[in-house]
Design a protein around this ligand. Structure first.
Ligand SMILES: Cc1ncc(COP(=O)(O)O)c(C=O)c1O
Length: 379
């Protein structure tokens, strides 16, 4: 059967491709998935809900208790939030998809970060829109504001922002947030702010778009916050007008998010701060380790990333990021070529440091050895 032209035009994710090439005992620094256990309260809450018969459809926007709990947690960025501003979604990815389906018309342009998370551009295309890459600055990976200004047209509908960023680990500065909010206001465009790594900022403060709900919709998720990637639960926070559109869209996408999982994360919300403090301390240590190891390699360099759990070093070798990633996978290390994240990702590799220090050390041994061989003309 012939697939739709829209789907056929979208390439397969460059992240998944690397796994197909890998040997079974490889060191895997390719996957953006916390290796921590979920909070025990989440597991208990989900089990109890299933045993208690909470196995039916929920209201389309999610159970009111969880909507309220999310609003309360995020009211530190916007004290006016209530549960009516929150929709629970079956994953952050679904919230992002529903956003483009709800707001992008055929022909609309959607500005997406480059390097940026792999699903933004395909989502824009699937809605019939046109993704337009915008550059992040080298080093601290802030949106290049002049570059964005030059690419805004009459057709620009939405600017996608990802903070903290996958793949760069960059954290948005206050100035960048203000500049983006000003553009959105002056040019009458929406901001879709993907903040699924909000809990993982190691330096500075998280600059949320929640204070700008007149123009912005904020997407969040439990996958990374509670290490429950397999539960598929996320959310979006929006003003009430946008919320109506999202609820209508979600009804037609999936009817409602999964009931037991919602009770699970609800049960973990009151004790989530100490859990996250511990997770942050663990990831920060790993970040320091991987940054140090990378900077010891002649030919690779990185400014330690301030957030998320990705290292996105640059390399000065005479080859593409795909070629380098292929050499690494042959040597037993899975990572992702920077080019998988858009035009401006070339010249980089992405390593996820959501892995044990032992694995990070072994992976960096392979990286150092492979780069040395390439530099010495032995590969
Ligand atoms: C930047 C970013 N946004 C959204 C997601 C989607 O997360 P999920 O669909 O698991 O909630 C991911 C997952 O890797 C991500 O890295």
């Amino acid at each position: 059967m012939k697939v739709s032209d829209r789907l056929a035009a979208i390439p397969m994710s460059g992240i998944r491709k690397m796994f197909d090439l890998a040997k079974p005992d490889s060191i895997n620094l390719g996957l953006g998935e916390p290796d921590l256990e979920p909070p025990k309260e989440a597991i208990e809450g989900m089990n109890a809900a299933a045993v208690d018969g909470k196995n039916k459809y929920s209201p389309t926007a999610g159970i009111p208790e969880l909507r309220d709990a999310i609003a309360e947690r995020f009211s530190r960025y916007n004290p006016g939030l209530s549960g009516r501003n929150v929709i629970v979604t079956p994953s952050g990815s679904t919230a992002l998809l529903e956003m483009t389906q709800a707001f992008v018309d055929p022909g609309d342009e959607v500005l997406v970060p480059s390097p940026g998370f792999v699903i933004y551009a395909p989502h824009a295309s699937l809605a019939g829109g046109k993704p337009v890459e915008y550059r992040l600055t080298e080093g601290d990976f802030q949106p290049d504001i002049d570059y964005i200004q030059d690419r805004i047209t009459e057709k620009t509908k939405m600017i996608v922002v990802n903070n903290p960023s996958n793949p760069t680990g960059g954290v948005l500065s206050e100035e960048s947030r203000k500049a983006l909010a000003d553009i959105a206001h002056d040019k009458d465009v929406m901001i879709m702010s993907d903040e699924v790594y909000e809990s993982f900022v190691y330096e500075g403060r998280h600059q949320s778009f929640l204070p700008y709900l007149d123009r912005a919709v904020v997407v969040g998720g439990f996958s990374k916050m509670m290490a429950v990637t397999g539960w598929r639960l996320g959310f979006a926070i929006a003003n009430e007008e946008c919320m109506d559109a999202l609820v209508k869209m979600q009804y037609h996408v999936c009817a409602s998010p999964g009931m037991p999982a919602m009770y699970g994360v609800l049960n973990a919300m009151p004790s989530i701060d100490p859990y996250l403090e511990n997770a942050r301390a663990t990831f920060k240590k790993r970040r320091d380790l991987i940054s140090k190891r990378i900077n010891e390699i002649d030919g690779m360099s990185i400014i330690p990333p301030k957030g998320a759990f990705y290292a996105f070093p640059s390399f000065d070798l005479d080859m593409t990021s795909q070629e380098l990633a292929n050499e690494l996978v042959k040597a037993g290390l899975i990572c992702t070529p920077g080019s998988a994240f858009g035009t401006f990702g070339e010249g980089h590799l992405r390593f996820s440091y959501a892995a044990s220090e032992e694995k990070i050390d072994k992976g960096m041994d392979i990286l150092a050895d492979t780069v040395r061989k390439i530099k010495g003309g032995r590969i």
